[in-house]
Design a protein around this ligand. Structure first.
Ligand code: 13P
Length: 248
């Protein structure tokens, strides 16, 4: 039985004041939440959040890492650095990084490796653009994104990987995938993993992301192959985020 996981991706939204009230709000409503809950915060706020969540069930993650462990890479952040601030998870291959910062599936696979090498759990994001969806290429795109990781790291690496299916056309648009659409792609991903290992396929959490909110979370998460959510906008309001956490 896979556990429900709800992860907030704050993207580039935070201030010291907003972090204090958002984390405070989430912590005050965590009673009765059975899902595993984490927040992926911008780098400068890792330390603040690490202190605020001490002793709670809330987990901390980051949104990106460099493929290298250390060295002359000005402006970059390594997996060990974020781990140093209590982050156990890190998002890799978010579509915004793939499209705005040119991250190829090969780079994403290397970031996945960097996270695993540091003993962290990567949240590996995959998903197709509207163009790809319209031309019927959803499965081809997702397969290429997943296979890049299997080719570099082997199927056993998925023991410690969380997959997040985030159709690009659903991110920040309010155009959520229907439960049927999302379930179909989640099942496709699980079957793809199952071609290499049925055991891994059954154990790997596959989260949905893309305009998930308090109103549609229950319906999405109750699909058999949707194991939780990666939440953007709705993760910035404690009340909304908590409602999604309680849907799991
Ligand atoms: P929204 O929930 O704002 O659509 O963002 C989803 C996302 O990109 C999470 O990583």
């Amino acid at each position: 039985m896979r556990k429900t996981i709800i992860a907030g991706n704050w993207k580039m939204n935070a201030s010291k004041d907003s972090v204090k009230s958002l984390i405070g709000g989430i912590l005050s409503g965590m009673e009765g939440v059975n899902a595993e809950v984490l927040v992926c915060v911008p780098f400068p706020y890792l330390s603040q959040v690490e202190l605020l969540i001490e002793g709670s069930n809330l987990k901390l993650g980051a949104q990106n890492i460099n493929i290298n462990a250390s060295g002359a890479f000005t402006g970059e952040i390594s997996a060990d650095m974020i781990k140093d601030f209590g982050a156990k998870h890190v998002i890799v291959g978010h579509s915004e990084r793939r499209s705005l910062y040119g991250e190829t599936s090969s780079v994403v696979a290397k970031k996945t490796k960097a996270a695993l090498d540091a003993g962290m759990t990567p949240l590996l994001c995959v998903g197709e653009s509207l163009e790809h969806k319209k031309s019927g290429k959803t499965e081809t795109v997702v397969e290429e994104q997943i296979n890049a990781v299997i080719e570099l790291l082997g199927i056993d690496s998925f023991h410690n990987i969380i997959v997040a299916y985030e159709p690009v056309w659903a991110i920040g648009t309010g155009m959520t995938a229907t439960p049927e659409q999302a379930q179909a792609v989640h099942l496709f991903i699980r079957n793809l993993l199952g071609e290499s290992s049925e055991n891994i396929a059954q154990k790997t959490p596959i989260l949905y992301g893309g305009s998930m909110n308090a109103g549609n979370a229950v319906e999405l998460i109750s699909c058999p192959d949707i194991d939780g959510g990666l939440i953007g906008g709705a993760a910035l309001k404690a009340e909304d985020f908590l409602q999604i956490c309680k849907a799991g």
